[in-house]
Every structure is written in structure tokens, then in C-alpha cells.
Design a protein around this ligand. Structure first.
Ligand SMILES: [Zn+2]
Length: 122
């Protein structure tokens, strides 16, 4: 279980509890409190979605590292390949980037990726 999965489950549970409380308040005609809890429900649900996405990315990164350690054919880069790519609009890439640079050989890219992973292959 990854940290994002644990957090995502906690946020999903919070969203369910907040939704139930929202319904309870709405039934008893406490509309202002119900609106506030509905807003909290949406935030918790959004956070859960983002954490589940982070969990899926972590699993994909681990699968890539596992295949790289076995010497198998590298997979296609993740989309987005790294956070720098998003921030720089495709102009720069971070150390943990999953995109294979065109100017590096496969062995050089693997060495760079192992350095970026801190030498850990899960
Ligand atoms: Zn990148």
C-alpha cells in the first residue's frame, strides 16, 4: 500500500461521511450548514481522486523500474513524463523523467534513471 493510496482512501471515507452529513442537514432544512459540508465533500472527493492518480503513477513507475532492473525493453514514457515537463511547457525535464532522451543511449538513460531513483529498484 502506497502513501497516496492510504491518503486517497482516507479522503474517500471523509467524502462519504461528509456527504451523509450533508444529506442529513439538508433533510432537516439547515441549508447553510449543508452547503458548507457539500463544499467540503467536493474538496475531499477531489483530493481522493488526485491521490488515487498519484497511486497509479507510483505503481507505473515501480513497474518501469522493475522491468529496467530485469533488462527488458523499456516501456513508453508515462504521461506526463515528469513534473518539470508540465511546469516548463515541454521545454525541460526533471531527474525522474520517464521520457527517453533522443541524444542518450539506452545504457546512459538507465544509468541516469538509477541515479534519479536513488539506486532503488522496486
Ligand atoms: Zn519529463
Amino acid at each position: 500500500m502506497t502513501r497516496p493510496l492510504r491518503t486517497g482512501r482516507a479522503l474517500a471515507l471523509a467524502a462519504v461521511l461528509l456527504a451523509a452529513s450533508t444529506i442529513r442537514l439538508a433533510v432537516t432544512d439547515r441549508w447553510i450548514a449543508a452547503a458548507a459540508l457539500a463544499y467540503g465533500t467536493l474538496l475531499a472527493a477531489l483530493g481522493a481522486c488526485l491521490e488515487y492518480r498519484a497511486h497509479r503513477r507510483t505503481l507505473a513507475q515501480h513497474e518501469r523500474a522493475r522491468r529496467r532492473a530485469r533488462g527488458e525493453v523499456p516501456l513508453a514514457p508515462l504521461n506526463p513524463c515528469c513534473s518539470f515537463w508540465l511546469a516548463s511547457d515541454g521545454a525541460a525535464h526533471g531527474r525522474g523523467c520517464t521520457r527517453l532522451p533522443a541524444d542518450l543511449s539506452l545504457a546512459e538513460h538507465q544509468a541516469l534513471a538509477e541515479t534519479a531513483d536513488g539506486g532503488q529498484t522496486v
